[in-house]
Design a protein around this ligand. Structure first.
Ligand code: SF4
Length: 372
C-alpha cells in the first residue's frame, strides 16, 4: 500500500460529522460542502478538492481529533500586530489545503494527500478540551488555527473556540480567506480574529493557485463588516504580484474596506515548487509600503526581513506619528499603548489591545513547544 493511501486511511479514521450549517445533502446521497469558496459537490466515497472532507454513505465527514502542529508562537508570527502586541498564541494546525500554491511556505502540511513528498502526519491525537487546557496551563490569551488552511477544518476549530472563548481567550484564523458567507457566520460566535492572505490582485493568478479571487475579497469585506478584527497579508513574490499597479490596486482595495486594516507585505523565499525568482529584496517591500500609505492605509508593515526594512516593522500613531510599538521580527521591545490609545495624543488605535481573560503572556519572540 502506498504511503499516501496509508495516510488517507489514518486521516479518514479521525473525523467528525460536518456541521449542518456547512453541508447540504442531496436526494442521491451526494453532498454540497460550503466550508470554502469551492462549494464542492461530493458524491458517495469521494472527497472534495481539499481531499480532507469526504462523503461516507451520504454523510460529509470532516477532520477532527488530531493536530499536526502545536506550538506557542509569538502573536507577531501569525502575523497579528494589532492584537495584544508581544503576547503569545497557542497555535494548532491540521493537514491539507484547498489551494496548491507553488510557493507555499507550509507545503509539507498543506499538500498532504496531494503530493507524495508532503510527509506530515498527525503529531498528536487529542480533544478540544486538551487544547484549551494547554492554553490555560501556559497562560496564553490567544488560540489560532494556522499552519494549514483552517477553513477546511472549521468544525474542529469551532469546537475548540467555543470552549476557549468561554474562558475569555481570543480565537482566530490564519487563512487564505477562500470562504463563504455560511462559514463566516458559523465561526463568528466564538472567533474574533481573522488574518487573511490576499495573494495577488488578479483573477487568473488566483485560478493558478487553486482559488477564486472574488471569494477572497468577499471574505475580507464580510469579515470586516461582521466585526472580526482583520489583518491582511500579501507575500510579495517578484514577477508574480510585485508590479506597482498590482500593489497599488491591492492596497486601494484594502483601504476601500477600511483604512484601519493593517497590511503586511512580507518577503518571499524560494520554496516548494518555486525555485525562481530569488527572495524579495527590501527595496520591493519599501515600495509596497509607500504604495500602501499612498492608498490611505494607516498601518503598513514589512515582514520576514527583520532589521532590514527600516522603520516599517513598528506601529505608529496615525495622528501624531509617535512610535507606539517597537518590533524586530517577532520580538516586541516596547509597547507604549495605554489601553487602546496613543499616550501622547490620545487617539484610539484600531485593534484588540485589551485582554478579556487571562493577561498577555510576554513572548521572547521565539516559538516554543506546547505539550498537551
Ligand atoms: S472545504 Fe472547500 S475544498 Fe474542501 S470539500 Fe469543502 S468546499 Fe470542497
Amino acid at each position: 500500500m502506498s504511503r499516501r493511501a496509508t495516510l488517507r486511511e489514518l486521516l479518514y479514521d479521525h473525523t467528525i460529522p460536518a456541521a449542518r450549517e456547512l453541508v447540504t445533502v442531496e436526494p442521491d446521497r451526494s453532498v454540497r460542502c460550503s466550508a470554502c469558496g469551492h462549494r464542492c459537490h461530493i458524491r458517495p466515497d469521494k472527497s472534495g478538492i481539499c481531499l480532507m472532507r469526504f462523503n461516507r454513505d451520504g454523510e460529509l465527514r470532516v477532520p477532527g481529533g488530531y493536530v499536526a502542529g502545536l506550538a506557542i508562537d509569538p502573536i507577531e508570527k501569525k502575523p497579528f500586530y494589532h492584537v495584544l502586541p508581544g503576547s503569545e498564541a497557542l497555535s494548532f494546525g491540521m493537514l491539507g489545503c484547498n489551494f496548491h500554491c507553488k510557493f507555499c511556505q507550509n507545503w509539507v502540511s498543506s499538500q498532504a494527500l496531494r503530493d507524495d513528498r508532503a510527509v506530515s502526519e498527525p503529531s498528536q491525537y487529542c480533544t478540544p478540551e486538551q487544547i484549551v487546557q494547554a492554553a490555560l496551563d501556559h497562560e496564553v490569551p490567544i488560540i489560532t488555527s494556522t499552519y494549514n488552511e483552517p477553513l477546511i477544518t472549521s468544525e474542529w476549530s469551532a469546537e475548540i473556540f467555543r470552549l476557549a472563548s468561554a474562558e475569555g481567550i481570543l480565537c482566530g484564523y490564519v487563512s487564505n480567506g477562500h470562504g463563504t458567507p455560511e462559514v463566516i457566520e458559523f465561526l463568528r460566535p466564538h472567533m474574533s480574529l481573522f488574518n487573511i492572505d490576499l495573494k495577488c490582485f488578479d483573477a487568473d493568478n488566483y485560478r493558478e493557485l487553486g482559488g477564486r479571487f472574488e471569494a477572497v475579497t468577499d471574505t475580507i469585506r464580510r469579515a470586516h463588516e461582521m466585526d472580526f478584527w482583520v489583518e491582511v497579508v500579501t507575500l510579495v513574490v517578484p514577477g508574480f504580484n510585485d508590479g506597482d499597479d498590482e500593489l497599488k490596486r491591492t492596497a486601494e482595495f484594502i483601504a476601500s474596506v477600511s483604512e484601519d486594516i493593517p497590511w503586511h507585505c512580507t518577503a518571499y523565499r524560494p520554496m516548494y515548487k518555486s525555485t525562481e525568482p530569488k527572495s524579495t529584496p527590501p527595496s520591493t517591500l519599501a515600495r509596497a509600503y509607500e504604495l500602501g500609505k499612498a492608498a490611505g492605509l494607516k498601518h503598513v508593515y514589512s515582514g520576514n526581513l527583520p532589521g532590514l526594512v527600516g522603520e516599517t516593522e513598528h506601529t505608529y500613531c496615525p495622528s501624531c506619528k509617535a512610535r507606539l510599538v517597537e518590533r524586530r521580527g517577532f520580538y516586541v521591545s516596547s509597547c507604549r499603548l495605554v489601553g487602546e490609545a496613543c499616550p501622547d495624543c490620545g487617539m484610539r488605535i484600531a485593534g484588540r489591545f485589551e485582554p478579556k481573560g487571562q493577561g498577555p503572556s510576554r513572548s521572547s519572540g521565539v516559538p516554543r513547544p506546547a505539550g498537551l
